[in-house]
Design a protein around this ligand. Structure first.
Ligand SMILES: C[S@@+](CC[C@H](N)C(=O)[O-])C[C@H]1O[C@@H](n2cnc3c(N)ncnc32)[C@H](O)[C@@H]1O
Length: 221
């Protein structure tokens, strides 16, 4: 196994990728981080709308599953497209879900759909369609538009190619006018790349252990 499960400071768990030496979420609180950044600063900008979400770095599926749970309250109709080059093994996925009490309302049958079945659209519910694509983001050619992008790659120090302006451009080009790009990384090179691509970049307060995160919006014209 290329991953190991580890505890984080909010009592939730994450995986550590042994090859990259990086965790899938913050060791200061995996669930707290995901909710703070992707749910509160991203998903909650939409209510009772028909939206498509692109996630770069699907990983454990935590962001996707928390989006599904929160969306029951928000009432959006969602197409969720996750990109992942190295899907985690089923065993690691199952263990992760079992350890994550924030996912308790997801039944085992539904959890299985979040973990298995790549490169096909799956109806999780009437209002949530999931498409997990196993591909390298650097070779990914988007062919649909998005309203919201969760950019959750490993850090620019570990995988600078994921954050290149060229790679960001191809997904920003597919973001709807007024759409949002959310990421945990507030490094200067990321902010600059987003500004070069015409995005309005806002530095927002981060979760525990992180001063800032980025919420960037596409010009509304
Ligand atoms: C920070 S983790 C993502 C955590 C995830 N969003 C979650 O909710 O668990 C980064 C992810 O990017 C994936 N990744 C690494 N290189 C990639 C590539 N070239 N293309 C697509 N995904 C990649 C890793 O395997 C890992 O799952």
């Amino acid at each position: 196994m290329n991953t190991e499960i580890i505890g984080t400071l909010d009592g939730s768990f994450t995986l550590r990728n042994k090859y990259y030496g990086e965790t899938y979420h913050s060791i200061n609180g995996a669930v707290a981080e995901s909710i703070h950044i992707f749910i509160n600063l991203g998903l909650k900008l939409f209510e009772r709308q028909d939206i498509s979400i692109l996630e770069i770095g699907y990983g454990t599926g935590l962001n996707a599953m928390l989006t599904f749970i929160e969306n029951k309250r928000l009432g959006n109709k969602i197409l969720y497209h996750g990109i992942e080059k190295y899907p985690i093994e089923n065993e690691a996925f199952t263990k992760f879900v079992e350890h994550t009490s924030a996912l308790a309302e997801i039944t085992p049958e539904v959890a299985t759909k979040f973990g298995e079945g790549w490169n096909e659209e799956i109806d999780i519910s009437e209002t949530f369609k999931l498409y997990k694509q196993k591909t390298d983001f650097c070779e990914f050619v988007p062919d649909r538009n998005y309203d919201l992008i969760y950019f959750d790659a490993f850090s620019p120090d570990t995988q600078p190619e994921m954050w290149s302006e060229e790679n960001l451009r191809k997904i920003i080009d597919k973001l709807a006018p007024g759409g949002f790009f959310i990421t945990y990384c507030s490094k200067g090179i990321v902010k600059q790349a987003l500004r070069n691509l015409g995005m309005i970049v806002r530095r927002m307060p981060g979760p525990a252990g992180k001063r800032h995160v980025l919420q960037a919006q596409k010009n509304n014209q």
